[in-house]
Design a protein around this ligand. Structure first.
Ligand code: OGA
Ligand code: NI
Length: 266
């Protein structure tokens, strides 16, 4: 965790030209630069690079920055450990859904699930009340394992209120993502969250998104369904879900609601 922090500091200290070597290409989710922006929205106050850090996509298009030199080696070791943790989380979540430990993992074909990692640096902002580091959203993952530094900023929404998630040294924050909401048929809810910035200290954070390959079909686990618990979500390809995510600016609306079988009124 410390080394990830260090190589990220080294990366963000590079010149703009060096950081832009792997600029985000339209329609993809990896590379250097901000997502979700259309020119009409308020900018997210963040310097950011996203890579595929583990799995099939990481072999095909990792988008690793060439500098700093140690970046790749540190990320390889880190992502392997984070994936192991995600595998354990999926087993535990299976149990807490009332299923045998292996059922959820089999359903999502857990061995094919990869990791996308973002490296965020939120610089101090002279007027922090006018911006957000990242606008409200839910993650596009099954689960997200987030490393944050000692500077507060992350808030989650609960009962219509924004609540700060205080940093805990050497601990990860685990967020439930939209895909777990679908496969658990709504038993687990993905968490809406946003990031505040401040005018004195910069903040680093590293979310690891545990996500399947594009062709994977996402649908509720059949063992959870019954006459009294019918499927809430239609089945969809991950590619279909993700294509809806990046075309729209973040408005705080829940993308996942567009896959409900019975659309909600709100
Ligand atoms: C994200 C995110 C939270 C943070 O990048 O999706 O929610 O604490 N980051 O920076
Ligand atoms: Ni997020």
């Amino acid at each position: 965790m410390q080394e990830i922090q260090q190589v990220s500091k080294d990366f963000f200290a590079l010149s703009p030209e060096e950081k832009e070597v792997n600029k985000i290409k339209p329609g993809t989710s990896v590379g250097y630069g901000r997502l979700f922006e259309t020119g009409k929205t308020v900018a997210n106050w963040v310097d950011r690079i996203t890579i595929w850090s583990y799995g099939e996509q990481s072999r095909a298009e990792p988008c690793m920055p060439p500098k700093p030199e140690r970046f790749r080696q540190v990320v390889d070791e880190y992502s392997e450990a984070v994936v192991k943790l995600c595998m354990r989380l999926i087993e535990t979540l299976s149990t807490t859904l009332g299923l045998e430990p292996h059922i959820l993992g089999e359903h999502i074909n857990v061995k094919t699930v990869g990791l996308r990692t973002s490296f965020n640096y939120y610089p101090p902002c002279p007027q922090p009340e006018l911006v957000l580091g990242i606008m409200p959203h839910a993650d596009t993952s099954f689960v997200t394992v987030l490393q944050q530094d000692e500077t507060p900023g992350l808030e989650i929404e609960k009962d219509g209120q924004w609540i700060l998630v205080p940093p805990v040294k050497d601990a990860f924050v685990v967020n439930i993502g939209d895909l777990l909401q679908i496969v658990s048929n709504g038993k687990y809810r993905s968490v809406m969250h946003r990031v505040l910035v401040n005018n004195t200290v910069g903040r680093y954070s590293f979310p690891n998104f545990f996500m399947p390959p594009k062709e994977t079909v996402i649908q509720p686990v059949k063992e959870l369904l019954s006459e009294t618990n019918p499927p809430l979500y239609r089945s969809l390809k991950f590619a279909e879900y993700i294509s809806g995510f990046y075309v729209k600016p973040l408005t705080g609306r829940r993308l996942i609601d567009s896959f409900l079988l019975t659309p909600s009124e709100s």
